[in-house]
Design a protein around this ligand. Structure first.
Ligand code: ADP
Ligand code: MG
Length: 737
C-alpha cells in the first residue's frame, strides 16, 4: 500500500491511532513506498489493519462507528470481535487475557484470566466471549479511591475501551492479551485516570465543534481530538549499585549523596554519543514498543550524566496516554536485561538536572486539521487566533488547577530548581505570535513576522529556513510552532491527569468563546458580522488575560516578583497546590463539563494528597533508617580511627593540635547528625487521619529536618574514609555506564 493511501485510511478512520499530519498536509514521505515495521519486529497490536483483515466487513464497519462516533456496541458485534481477538492472540502464543486499567495509584493494573474453559467432555477449549471482552470485575477494594467508597464496598468494573487498541505482552514463557479498559465503581463513579480523560476529550470536542461551526469549517468533521506527544526523560544506573542504595529502592531517589567534583558542568553528556550498553538497551526498548504500536521516534542523552530521553510521535490523547504508560513500563522491564535500572523519579539525584515529561498538546479535527497551526498569514487566520486565545484564557483562569495537576512529592524537587520551569504557570508565545497579540490589542492586525532563511556563509551548505521565533526552554507552557508544550509534568506521572485538566479548562474557554460569538451574531447571524464579533472578542480576551504571557527567563528571580505583581498564582509545593481541587470553583468546572462530579473530584484530591503523605513518610522513615544503620556506624568507625591515630601520636610523646581540632569538629558533626536523626524520628509518629492536615505538618516540620539531615550526612560523606562509606557514591552511580 502507498503511504498516501495508508494516511487516508488512518484519517478517515479518525481514530488517529497513527500520527495525524498537521493540516493533513503530510510530511512528503507519502510519495515513498514504506516498508512495514512489523515485518522486521513483529506485530503485537490488534490494530485497525489486523481487524480489517480478520473481521467480517459489516462487523468491522460497525466497530468503526463505535470507535469514530461513540455509537453503542451491540452484543453480536462484541462476540465476533472477541472471537477474532482471541484467535489472533492465541496464534501469538497467548494463554491469558487481562483487562488493563489505570487506577489512582498512578500505575497500571491487571488481573489475568485464562482463555481456557472446560469443553464439557473432560477436555479444554480456548474461548473469549463478547461479555468477557466488554466487562470485567476485578476485586477492587485495595485501590486508592480517596474515600469514594469504603473498603468493604469492593465491587468495581472494567469496561472495554474500543478506542485504544488491544495488544499482547510477552514475558518469560507467558503471552498475555491486554485489553485497555476504563475502571468504575458499582455506582458508576470513575475510579481511574482513563474515564475522566475520555470525558474531557468529549467535552472539548463538543465545544470545539461549536467554534468550527461558527466559522463554517465543520464540514465533514465529526469530532475534534486533543493530541499528545509526551517526551520522557529518565535515568539509568547500574542495577548492582541501585540495590546497594536503600533510598533508591524505597523512594526512587537518593536521600543522601554528596555532589561529586564533576557532574554536568562540562555539559559533555548532553546529546553526546550514547554509551554502548545504553544504546543496546534503547534499541530493545524501541523494538518492544514498535511491536505494541507505540510510535517512538527519538532517543538521546540528556543534560545530567546518566540521564536520557525517549520521545514518541503524537497520537490522540487517550491512546497517547495509554502508550505513555506502556513506554514507562517497558523502560523499567527491559533495563534489568542489561544490568541497568531505569529511574523515572523527577529528581533522583540532588544538584543535577531532574527528569520531566514534556507534554506536547494540540487539538485536531478527525479530518487531520491541526487547530493550533498558525499557517502562513497568521494575522488573517481568525479561527486559529480564536483557538489560541481560548487556550491563553484557559491557562490564565485556571493556572491553579493546571499547577495542581502536576503536583507530586517528586515534582516538588524539580519545579523551580535551576533546570525546570518554576511552579508559576505562564505562557511563552514567541516573537511572531506575541507581535500579533500586540496588534490585536491595538486594534488592527496587519502583518505576520517571518523567519526568513539562515545563510550559513559557506556555499556548500544549504540555506535553511528560520522559525519566526526562537525557543524558550524555561517556560512551563510554551507554544512550539503548532502545539503547546506543557513542560512542568513530572517524569513519573501518568500523562492522563494533566491532560484531563488541560482539556477541561480549554473546553470551558471554547464554550465561552462560542457563546460570546453566538451572542454577538444575534438571532439572525450574518456572515459579515462574524469578523467584527470575533475581532472584538479577541481584543477583549487579550486585554483580560495577557498577564499570563511571559517570553523572558522563567528561571530568573525577577520574574517571580513580576509574576506576583501580575497576580499569577504561585503554589510552591504539593501541599500548597492540591487544596484548589477542593474549592468550589474546581468542582463547578469539572461537573459542568461532566468530567468529574463533586465526589469524583474530591476523591482525587484525597487520593493524590494521601499518596503525597505516604511517599513523604516512606522518605522520612528511610532517611532515619539509613542514618542510623549505615551512615552513623561508618562515621563512628571513622571517628574511632581518628581518635586511635591521635592517641598513637600522643603515646610517643608528640602533639598535633590540628588533628585534635579536626577530631573535635568531626565529633561535633556526628553529634549533630545523631541529634537531627532523633528529631526526624520523633516526628514520624505524628500523623493524623486527614491527609491535608498531615501534609501541612510534613511541610512545616519534616521537610526542614530532612534538608538539614541530608546536608549533615553529605558533609560526613566527604570526610569519612572511602572504604568505610557504606553507600555507592554519586560518582559510582552516574559514571559507571
Ligand atoms: P519540536 O521541534 O517542538 O521538538 P517535534 O516535532 O520534534 O517538535 O515534536 C516534539 C514532540 O511533540 C513529539 O513527541 C511530537 O510527536 C509532538 N508533537 C508534534 N506535533 C504535535 C501535535 N500537533 N500535538 C501533540 N504533539 C505533537
Ligand atoms: Mg520538545
Amino acid at each position: 500500500m502507498k503511504l498516501s493511501d495508508a494516511r487516508k485510511n488512518a484519517v478517515t478512520a479518525a481514530t488517529n491511532w497513527n500520527r495525524l499530519s498537521p493540516n493533513g498536509k503530510g510530511t512528503g514521505a507519502e510519495q515513498q513506498q514504506p516498508q512495514r515495521v512489523d515485518e522486521y519486529f513483529g506485530c503485537d497490536v490488534f490494530s485497525l489493519r489486523v481487524m480489517r483483515q480478520r473481521l467480517p466487513k459489516d462487523i468491522f464497519q460497525r466497530l468503526m462507528r463505535t470507535i469514530q462516533f461513540g455509537e453503542g456496541l451491540d452484543a453480536q458485534v462484541a462476540d465476533v470481535v472477541a472471537n477474532a481477538m482471541k484467535d489472533w492472540a492465541i496464534e501469538l502464543g497467548a494463554t491469558h487475557y487481562t483487562h488493563w486499567f489505570q487506577p489512582l495509584t498512578g500505575l497500571t493494573a491487571e488481573k489475568h484470566d485464562t482463555f481456557v474453559l472446560p469443553d464439557g467432555e473432560g477436555g479444554m477449549v480456548y474461548a473469549l466471549t463478547g461479555s468477557d471482552l466488554c466487562q470485567g470485575e476485578p476485586d477492587a477494594s485495595s485501590f486508592p479511591s480517596g474515600g469514594l467508597r469504603a473498603t468493604f464496598e469492593a465491587r468495581g468494573y472494567t469496561a472495554w475501551d474500543a478506542t485504544s487498541p488491544a495488544f499482547v505482552v510477552r514475558g518469560d514463557k507467558t503471552v498475555t492479551l491486554c485489553i485497555p479498559t476504563a475502571f468504575v465503581s458499582w455506582t458508576g463513579a470513575a475510579l481511574d485516570k482513563k474515564t475522566p480523560l475520555l470525558r474531557s476529550m468529549d467535552a472539548l470536542s463538543k465545544q470545539a465543534m461549536r467554534v468550527l461551526k461558527l466559522f463554517g469549517t465543520d464540514e465533514g468533521v465529526h469530532r475534534v481530538y486533543t493530541t499528545v506527544g509526551a517526551e520522557q526523560e529518565y535515568f539509568l544506573i547500574d542495577r548492582n549499585l541501585y540495590y546497594a542504595r536503600p533510598d533508591l529502592v524505597a523512594a526512587d531517589r537518593t536521600l543522601f549523596g554528596a555532589r561529586p567534583p564533576k557532574d554536568q558542568q562540562l555539559e559533555d553528556h548532553y546529546f553526546g554519543s550514547i554509551p554502548p550498553r545504553v544504546l543496546a538497551f534503547m534499541a530493545e526498548v524501541e523494538q518492544e514498543l514498535y511491536r505494541v504500536g507505540v510510535p517512538v521516534k527519538t532517543r538521546h542523552n540528556e543534560v545530567a550524566p546518566g540521564q536520557y530521553e525517549i520521545a514518541p510521535l503524537f497520537e490522540n490523547s487517550n491512546v497517547a496516554c495509554d502508550h505513555q504508560m506502556l513506554l514507562m513500563e517497558t523502560l523499567k522491564r527491559v533495563a534489568p536485561r542489561y544490568g541497568l535500572q531505569a529511574i523515572l523519579h523527577e529528581k533522583p539525584f540532588a544538584g543535577i538536572n531532574g527528569s520531566g515529561k514534556h507534554n506536547n498538546w494540540s487539538m485536531s479535527t478527525d479530518t487531520g486539521v491541526n487547530l493550533l497551526d498558525p499557517r502562513e498569514e497568521t494575522h488573517t487566520n481568525r479561527q486559529f487566533l480564536v483557538f489560541l486565545c481560548a487556550v491563553i484564557r484557559a491557562v490564565d483562569l485556571h493556572a491553579d488547577l493546571l499547577r495542581a495537576a502536576i503536583a507530586s512529592a517528586g515534582n516538588d524537587h524539580r519545579l523551580g530548581a535551576n533546570e525546570a520551569p518554576p511552579a508559576i504557570l505562564s505562557i511563552f508565545l514567541g516573537d511572531m505570535l506575541t507581535d500579533i497579540i500586540e496588534q490585536i490589542e491595538k486594534g488592527a492586525r496587519k502583518r505576520t513576522l517571518k523567519g526568513g532563511a539562515i545563510d550559513l556563509g559557506a556555499s556548500s551548505l544549504p540555506q535553511i529556513p528560520r522559525h519566526s521565533g526562537d525557543r524558550n526552554r524555561t517556560s512551563p507552557f510554551a507554544f512550539t510552532g503548532n502545539k503547546f508544550e506543557l513542560r512542568a509534568v513530572g517524569a513519573s506521572a501518568t500523562a492522563a491527569w494533566p491532560n484531563t485538566v488541560l482539556n477541561t479548562i480549554v473546553a470551558e474557554s471554547l464554550d465561552y468563546v462560542a457563546t460570546e460569538i453566538e451572542k454577538g451574531l444575534g438571532v439572525r447571524p450574518k456572515a459579515s458580522k462574524l469578523d467584527d464579533t470575533v475581532d472584538k472578542l479577541l481584543r477583549q480576551i487579550v486585554h483580560e488575560h495577557k498577564r499570563v504571557i511571559f517570553n523572558g527567563d522563567n528561571y530568573a528571580s525577577a520574574w517571580h516578583k513580576e509574576a506576583e505583581k501580575r497576580g499569577l498564582p504561585h503554589a510552591r509545593d504539593t501541599v500548597d497546590a492540591l487544596p484548589v481541587l477542593q474549592a468550589r470553583k474546581a468542582s463547578r468546572l469539572f461537573s459542568k463539563y461532566k468530567v468529574l462530579d463533586k465526589a469524583e473530584l474530591e476523591s482525587r484530591a484525597n487520593a493524590f494528597m494521601e499518596k503525597y503523605v505516604k511517599q513523604m513518610t516512606i522518605e522520612t522513615e528511610s532517611m532515619v533508617m539509613i542514618a542510623r544503620q549505615a551512615i552513623l556506624p561508618a562515621a563512628l568507625q571513622h571517628q574511632r580511627n581518628l581518635a586511635d591515630a591521635l592517641g598513637a601520636v600522643e603515646a610517643v610523646g608528640l602533639d598535633s593540635d590540628r588533628q585534635r581540632d579536626e577530631l573535635q569538629d568531626f565529633v561535633a558533626l556526628v553529634d549533630e547528625f545523631t541529634a537531627t536523626t532523633d528529631k526526624l524520628a520523633a516526628i514520624n509518629g505524628d500523623d493524623t487521619e486527614d491527609a491535608f492536615k498531615h501534609s501541612r505538618a510534613i511541610q512545616k516540620k519534616a521537610k526542614p529536618l530532612m534538608i538539614k539531615l541530608r546536608d549533615l550526612g553529605d558533609r560526613l560523606e566527604t570526610l569519612v574514609a572511602n572504604d568505610l562509606w557504606p553507600l555507592p557514591s554519586y560518582r559510582d552511580m552516574l559514571f559507571i555506564k
